[in-house]
Write a protein that binds this ligand. Structure first.
Ligand code: UDP
Ligand code: MN
Length: 251
């Protein structure tokens, strides 16, 4: 079987904490695919990411020598966006699922690897756009080159990777319904209380929770994570993994 992997990104130690919790969440649901963590040199070795993920891939915009990268240097606002695009360079793998570092896998969802590029779930704020926190893709230097070219030429309508990817994969909403992932694969954590009856009815099916916006779980205090739990208690779930599996290894 061709190699497949989960991929995430951390450009600093805060998001690296998210990546560590995500890695443990994937282990706890017995995923058969490894996790690749893309990092930049801002992530310190104290995070010990290598001990948990199958592979740590350093990516760095500034060190790059080719013209596409140089063109991007003139567009510093695209920095973090561009870093996420590096996932297309992981050509040791034939198919991958990208997960933001602020996601948490709560049930096995290896079936996502049966989907094709480009699959993603609707964004809760504007469902004709996909949310770019969870997506299925095929690493390819050709696609990577086209994405970088597109980024330089067009920029991003929201300043981030989500705007850019929605413009590039513009037919996502209309072309092929199988590329539209169910919401349970990228459930915005706030949905558990913004549409509470739906959460009550379907919440047990949720596979991946996404803590979009702020504060991120690692920015909440431990006390607040366990106070006033919202339905589903996802922040507490995140914190339990952090306390049991991540904190002991960092200290
Ligand atoms: N990210 C990162 N460093 C940053 C900002 C973002 O590594 O300073 C990565 C990380 O994987 C994060 C993803 O980019 O999950 C998207 O950013 P974020 O999750 O903060 O956006 P949101 O989901 O809240 O829109
Ligand atoms: Mn996110």
């Amino acid at each position: 079987m061709a190699a497949e992997a989960w991929v995430t990104l951390a450009t600093n130690d805060s998001y690296a904490v998210g990546a560590l919790v995500l890695a443990h969440s994937l282990k706890s649901v017995n995923s058969t695919r490894p996790l690749v963590v893309m990092i930049t040199d801002q992530v310190s070795s104290a995070m010990r990411l290598g001990e948990i993920s199958c592979r740590v891939q350093e990516v760095n915009v500034m060190d790059s020598k080719d013209s596409a990268h140089l063109a991007l240097l003139a567009r510093p606002e695209l920095g973090i966006t561009f870093t996420k695009l590096h996932c297309w360079t992981l050509t040791d793998f034939s198919k991958c699922v990208f997960l933001d570092a602020d996601t948490l896998v709560i049930q096995n969802c290896d079936e996502l690897f049966d989907r094709e590029e480009f699959s993603a779930a609707a964004d809760a704020g504007w469902p004709d756009c996909f949310n770019s926190g969870v997506f299925v893709f095929r690493p390819s230097m050709e696609t990577y080159g086209k994405l970088v070219e597109f980024a330089v030429a067009e920029g991003s309508f929201d300043g981030g990777d989500q705007g850019l990817l929605n413009s590039y994969f513009a037919d996502w909403a209309t072309k092929d319904i199988s590329r539209r992932l169910p919401f349970i694969y990228n459930m915005t954590a706030s949905a558990s209380y913004s549409y509470r009856p739906a959460y009550k009815q379907f919440g047990k099916n949720v596979r991946i929770v996404h803590f979009i916006g702020s504060p991120k779980p690692w920015q909440a205090s431990e006390a607040s994570a366990f106070q006033n739990p919202v339905p589903g208690d996802h922040i507490a779930h995140w914190w339990r993994i952090f306390i049991c599996n991540v904190l002991p290894r960092l200290s």
